[in-house]
Design a protein around this ligand. Structure first.
Ligand code: EPZ
Length: 418
């Protein structure tokens, strides 16, 4: 077992290279299944979720190896179509492998991805899209048995701009005869990254970043080299850390545009956030003020994944801020742990009101989930005294080494075995 131990109170300053994007690389690794060739994935973040994706690829018969920060995936020998239950439980977003496995092999077997700490995580839109393309999917005994002798292009309308359902539809459509059009597609930058990767493989995909994505399938695919985009949520997390602690930092390799809603909120709270050439700079005096209500929304709205970090950063602000979490039903589980540090937050369903307090005090807290865990770290950085954050493996799912990154900016944080 281990824990993160934080001595709060330091201002943060310096430069930090932002890691490759977790939510960018996972669909890219799923897409690597499509071609019987080798792909080189550069700036691949070393995360627990990437480890799980590697285990899935290897279980399917792919050969995977690291070369420094590049991951080499050879899917030529792929001979499986099943994702074991243990791996599905390890990472419910493994469901995005479904479309690619179907497109490559014509069948797929995986256990139903359960809910997670954020609440029920249905996949009805994923399955509807795959059925529209011609997949037969039997759901029995917690298993999804999928077959698709032939996938045929069609028009898919997503009821919600679901990121995962968009990715699954695009990946399956790559194996469909004809041209598929996906309406109400998610517009996240990670969808654009998936399109870029697929086009580098020789697929014909266009429109990503907008609400209508078009895929012409059955193209001859070949390997490629791809560099993973910077992780905008890790970037947002570290912006919130500097905002809360005070100081000045440059986040390198990250683009301002996907961070603009977070940057706007931090500017309203009293920070200075500036776009530079392939970097974002933030300056803060650490004395933040409350801001207008924060409503999470599909991209380009305020990202749900940055909600915990911003809420934590405002725990010592002057005034009260209202948060409305419109994407997930249960994304405030970390709030009870924040309260142990003295934060004043009232939650009612999807609404949370954070009323700033003068001081937070170090405490023993436990991570409840990935982004909630990062929020606890941000609160510990602000607190007087020592904070112990248990179960940091939740955080390790999405942040390469959060203590290394924050220490490089001057935080007093270390990982201890308990
Ligand atoms: C992706 O999850 C991200 N994960 C999440 O990041 C992110 O919070 C989310 O998109 C929203 O941006 C990855 O990319 C691996 P959705 P995903 O499908 O695809 C409902 C993190 O912390 N829905 O866009 O699962 C769903 O319940 C993680 O990095 C259905 O009802 O998100 C949710 O309320 C957390 N039926 C909403 O749509 C479906 O078939 C948005 O979910 C699919 C989704």
């Amino acid at each position: 077992m281990c824990e993160l131990v934080i001595e709060g109170g330091n201002r943060l300053r310096g430069e930090l290279e932002i890691q490759g994007a977790k939510n960018g690389v996972l669909p890219v690794l799923a897409a690597s299944v499509l071609c019987a060739d080798t792909c080189r994935i550069e700036r691949c973040p070393k995360l627990r979720d990437v480890d799980t994706a590697i285990a899935i690829l290897q279980h399917l018969g792919c050969r995977v190896r690291w070369e420094g920060t590049a991951l080499i995936v050879d899917a030529a020998q792929l001979d499986g179509c099943e994702i074991p239950d243990a791996l599905m439980r390890e990472m419910r977003s493994s469901v995005i492998f479904l479309g690619a496995i179907l497109a490559r092999t014509g069948e797929a077997v995986l256990s139903y991805p359960g809910g997670c700490e954020l609440g029920p995580r249905p996949i009805d839109m994923h399955l509807s899209a795959l059925r529209a393309l011609g997949a037969q999917i039997a759901e029995r005994g917690g298993l999804l048995r999928c077959r698709a002798q032939r996938l045929t292009a069609c028009e898919i309308v997503l009821p919600l701009p679901s990121v995962g359902a968009t990715e699954n539809a695009i990946l399956a459509a790559c194996g469909a005869e004809g041209t598929t059009v996906i309406y109400n597609a998610a517009r996240e930058p990670e969808i654009v990254e998936l399109q870029d990767f697929l086009c580098a493989l020789g697929a014909q995909v266009s429109g990503a970043g907008g609400s209508i994505v078009t895929v012409t399938g059955k193209r001859k695919l070949h390997g490629c080299t791809h560099r993973v985009i910077a992780d905008r949520i890790a970037g947002a997390t570290y912006l919130c850390a500097v905002a809360a602690c005070g100081g000045s930092a440059r986040l390198l390799g990250v683009d301002y545009r996907p961070l603009s809603t977070v940057a706007l909120a931090l500017c309203e709270a009293g920070c200075r956030v500036v776009s530079e050439d392939c970097a974002v700079r933030i300056e803060s005096d650490g004395a933040l003020r409350a801001i207008r209500p924060v409503r999470t929304a599909p991209y380009p709205g305020f990202p749900t994944d940055a909600q915990p970090a911003l809420l934590s950063a405002l725990a010592r602000s002057v005034g009260s801020t209202v948060f409305v979490e419109n994407i997930f039903e249960n994304r405030y589980r970390y709030v009870d742990e924040l309260a142990r540090l003295g934060a004043q937050i009232r939650v009612a369903g999807r609404v949370a009101v954070v009323s700033g307090v003068e001081t937070l005090h170090g405490a023993h807290v436990k991570c409840t989930d990935l982004r909630g865990g990062a929020a606890l770290v941000l609160a510990g950085l602000q607190a007087q005294g020592r904070t112990h954050v248990a179960l940091p493996e939740h955080i390790d799912r999405g942040y390469e080494r959060i203590e290394r990154d924050l220490s490089s900016l001057g935080a007093r944080i270390a990982r201890h075995n308990t």
